[in-house]
Design a protein around this ligand. Structure first.
Ligand code: UD1
Length: 429
């Protein structure tokens, strides 16, 4: 297996190109099942979550081929199964989108409960309730979700809690249901809008995505299309924070600046200079940070998936800063790794209190999950000395070519083979 080695202290300077959005790609790829036709998807990120999703579609009988490095052609005419066993779902949380997509296509789905990221219990009760309101009977047996209906019927669905996954799954199931589905208190993340645009390009009738209320009028037929995925908001935010953390000067290219507003606002509060262009943002920093607080919330609030990365700045920001996690119950596991690097942080439930220290010191740490792993990279880049990060398999799930991209910006970072017996941290898995 591999770990990352980072010699900290280099300023990041130059330009970095952001890839397509992971969370849009893992919804749009299964959504192609609804077309029973050929779809061409551009701006596909080259990350292991996407590879996993493609493998699942292949195993279901779809014909999937790369036209070029970032363009996929998916023919779902040849799919002949609505059963997805555990071996296929265990590495990928987003495999649960197959339930919605298969229900939409066949009115039947038998999908093993998903695997994926490592930050606490992740229920899917809201997804199941949505399917049931559309008329599906659902049972869970031997960790398989079994959902079926003679036909699905549009329904009014009020979400007790804002859920990205449930909003997407209900959209997938509802696009071919008979009549009108109204999702109230829907999630508004950029990838919800991207999925809606993709579904509409395939002939669906989805309106209101990006607001609290999404209206879906069922259609009987959908068709193939060509579609380009939006840039990854979180990958962009990660490079923006890395630039700030290293007193750098980086132009982050191929982004939608509007999607980055909550991240930009925090960096400005910390004392960085941000310049916005049509499809790029430039981050300049002198490496001195004022204290600031973070409260994560559903979009357009500060994204929970940027919480660990942004928190790296708080480890050295002058004074006391507070992070309040408003989406997940257990997203501070990674703080132990910061403490190994000399940070002064106290965690109490969903609140973390940071007392800024002079500097971080390189240490052996691990990636507890995808975004925690990204935070460890940023911490390693700003620390004095050498940081080694274990369990980087999590980082490969969501960051395309990140070693090359960071090296291009001037980071001293590389992958190194190592034997599990030589671990210096307890496994995150
Ligand atoms: C998605 C993202 C993930 C991000 C999260 C919040 C993908 C593939 N993943 O995850 O990176 O951190 O949004 O922005 O897009 N909940 C329930 N019942 C449910 C579903 C969710 O109680 O049926 C709760 C969760 O426990 C959590 C909150 O709702 O506390 C939000 O979860 P949700 O928005 O569904 O996250 P995911 O879609 O799993």
């Amino acid at each position: 297996m591999e770990k990352l080695v980072i010699h900290g202290g280099n300023r990041l300077c130059g330009e970095v190109e952001i890839s397509g959005a992971k969370n849009a790609a893992v919804a749009i790829i299964p959504a192609t099942l609804l077309a029973q036709d050929v779809c061409r998807i551009e701006n596909i990120p080259n990350i292991s979550d996407v590879t996993c999703m493609i493998r699942i579609l292949n195993q279901m009988g779809a014909q999937v081929k790369y036209i070029n490095k970032h363009t996929l052609e998916i023919n779902t005419k040849t799919v002949n199964s609505y059963i997805i066993p555990h071996e296929m779902t265990k590495q990928l949380r987003a495999s649960y989108y197959l339930i919605g997509a298969l229900l939409g296509r066949y009115c039947r789905a038998k999908v093993a409960l998903p695997g994926g990221c490592n930050f606490g219990v992740r229920p899917i009760d809201l997804h199941i309730r949505g399917f049931e309101l559309l008329g599906a009977k659902t049972t869970v047996e031997n960790a398989m979700i079994n959902a079926s209906a003679d036909h699905l019927t549009g329904s009014a669905i009020y979400m007790d809690k804002v859920s990205v996954g449930a909003t997407i799954n209900i959209m997938l199931a509802a696009v071919k249901a008979r009549g009108l589905t109204i999702i109230e208190n829907a999630a508004k993340e950029p990838h919800i809008v991207d999925l809606a645009n993709f579904l509409n390009a395939m002939g669906a009738d989805v309106r209101g995505a990006g607001t609290d209320v999404i209206k879906i009028r069922g259609v009987s037929q959908m068709h193939g299309c060509t579609y380009s995925i939006i840039p990854d908001q979180i990958e962009a935010g990660t490079y923006m924070v890395a630039a700030a953390a290293t007193a750098g000067d980086v132009l982050v290219k191929n982004v939608i600046p509007k999607h980055l507003e909550s991240i930009t606002a925090k960096l400005i509060e910390a004392g960085c200079t941000i310049t916005e262009y049509d499809d790029a943002v430039r981050v300049q920093s002198d490496g001195n940070f004022k204290k600031f607080n973070i409260k994560t919330m559903p979009h357009p609030g500060f994204p929970t998936d940027m919480q660990p990365q942004m928190a790296t700045l708080l480890t050295v920001a002058k004074g006391t800063s507070i992070v309040s996690e408003g989406v997940w119950d257990n997203r501070f596991k990674y703080i132990d790794q910061f403490i190994r690097m000399g940070a002064n942080v106290q965690v109490d439930g969903t609140i973390a209190v940071f007392e800024g220290v002079q500097e971080l010191t390189g240490a052996p740490v691990r990636a507890d999950d995808l975004r925690a792993g990204a935070a460890m990279i940023i911490a390693g880049l700003m620390a004095r000395g050498t940081t080694e990060i274990e369990d980087i398999i999590y980082i490969d799930r969501g960051y395309e070519n990140f070693v090359e991209k960071f090296r291009e910006l001037g980071a001293d970072i590389y992958r190194k083979e190592f034997d599990d017996n030589d671990r210096k941290t307890v496994s995150a898995g």
